[in-house]
Design a protein around this ligand. Structure first.
Ligand SMILES: [Zn+2]
Length: 439
């Protein structure tokens, strides 16, 4: 059935329903319902048993989720692993390998082919909106990559909403060059980004504060949101998350501020972490955690086994009222050798890594409603009458069933119509320069 009129006996995450369900919600936050679809939209959310026999796709208790929102990816870096491997698996080595690959290979054609490969994978797995960071550290690269972004964003409109944020050290916003980059970001309809972390014993916190003030001013002057990579390390003294929160409060910033990673929060003394979490909440920051990449890059010991998971304080942040998203981050590049932009994999691994099952009913919003709010997409991540019938239909009934298998047989509905998209074959990338060792 390509375009069912009804989806029957679906278990819906209650946290994705707007308004909340009137009926009983089970211990995993799921509610059984029938969904009426009409003209590509959700037309009714009805008690089970409402759907007629004809024209109905019966899920037999399987879950139905809104299509995913993936808030933090790196589509410009994706798929370069064959020519930029990182056998040591460290963050420093990943940065070096990526920089060398950027200088050697990142023409518009190269970036576009890999960027679109990522979009096709995400689309096939059921993602409706995605934000990518674009590396802006190598001179001239931001203009090339943002050009690719604008083109692909426009060509993919209606299938996947694509947003981009720049990624570079804050010192690169100093002076005229910083103004020019901020202008380019504004002209591209993108988001201002950057990297904050303690860089060693000679780290100058006051200089970081000044640079954050400049960054917030550059964003405010252009009406831009901010999306930063923050404290992606296991150094308890790396406390720039609190600095970002204070900068947001100082500037009375009106845009949305998202902080990714925030790994070091997890290795700080309890009182220090609690104080930072309260600041983050008061400043209205959004946190996005990238658990699969943290597990990969953090805690590397030469020849040894990692001793910590690398993820931020997911449960404590959520409990304090901070909006927390979970996202993909890197795919098949020096920062992560694996990955396919499947937000269900991200969700599944995050639950296991972060012990999220105790509050499992709240967490589907981390790959839906919460990132949709950050991206300014009120119709995404929700199951609501009038919203697009962009739905993921799973065989898994309980969370244990859902998260025990990859759900590769999921049905993706786009505008009420069953999608036949499949993830692209990795062999398609063989034609890119250097991927098969022929650079
Ligand atoms: Zn990232």
């Amino acid at each position: 059935m390509m375009t069912p009129d009804w989806i029957a006996n679906a278990r819906l995450p209650a946290a994705t329903l707007d308004p909340p369900p009137p009926g009983p919600v089970d211990a995993e936050g799921l509610v059984l319902a029938d969904l009426k679809l009409d003209a590509g939209r959700i037309a009714a959310i009805a008690p089970p048993g409402t759907a007629p026999a004809e024209g109905t796709l019966d899920l037999d208790g399987g879950q139905a989720w809104p299509c995913f929102v993936d808030l933090h990816t790196h589509l410009d870096k994706g798929q370069i692993w064959p020519r930029a491997a990182n056998p040591e698996g460290t963050l420093d080595r990943a940065r070096e390998a990526t920089r060398a690959d950027t200088i050697a290979h990142w023409s518009a054609e190269d970036v576009a082919a890999r960027f679109e490969f990522g979009l096709r994978a995400a689309f096939a797995h059921g993602t409706a909106a995605i934000r990518t960071h674009v590396d802006a550290g190598v001179p001239g690269q931001a203009a090339i990559t943002l050009g690719v972004f604008r083109d692909l964003r426009d060509r993919w409109a209606g299938r996947v909403t694509v947003q981009a944020a720049t990624l570079q050290l804050l010192e690169l916003y100093d002076g005229e060059a910083g103004e020019r980059l901020a202008d380019l970001v504004a002209e591209s309809g993108a988001i201002l980004g950057g990297l904050t972390r303690r860089t060693g014993p000679d780290f100058d916190a006051a200089a970081m504060d000044a640079r954050l003030d400049r960054l917030f001013a550059l964003a405010a002057a252009r009406g831009l949101d901010l999306d930063l990579h923050v404290d992606e390390n296991g150094d308890p003294e790396s406390r720039t998350l609190a600095q970002v929160a204070r900068a947001a409060l100082r500037s009375r910033f009106r845009g949305r501020v998202t902080c990714g990673h925030c790994c070091s929060l997890a290795v700080q003394p309890e009182d220090v972490a609690a104080e930072t979490i309260a600041l983050v909440r008061d400043a209205g920051l959004h946190i996005v955690s990238l658990p699969m990449i943290n597990l990969y890059l953090q805690g590397r010991i030469p020849g040894g086994t990692p001793r910590w998971r690398g993820v931020t304080l997911l449960r404590e942040l959520r409990a304090a009222g901070v909006p927390v998203a979970l996202a993909s981050d890197n795919c098949r590049d020096p920062f992560y050798a694996f990955g396919d932009l499947d937000a269900l994999e991200v969700f599944r691994e995050s639950v296991r890594i972060g012990h999220l099952e105790a509050e499992i009913g709240a967490w589907p919003t981390a790959v839906g409603r919460i990132p949709a709010g950050v991206m300014g997409l009120p119709d995404r991540g929700v199951i609501r009458v009038g919203a697009p019938a962009d739905l993921l239909l799973f065989r898994g009934r309980s969370m244990s069933e859902l998260l025990s298998r990859p759900q590769s047989d999921r049905i993706v509905l786009r505008g009420g119509r069953r999608s036949d998209a499949t993830p692209p074959d990795h062999r398609e990338l063989d034609a890119l320069r250097g991927i098969r060792g022929d650079a």
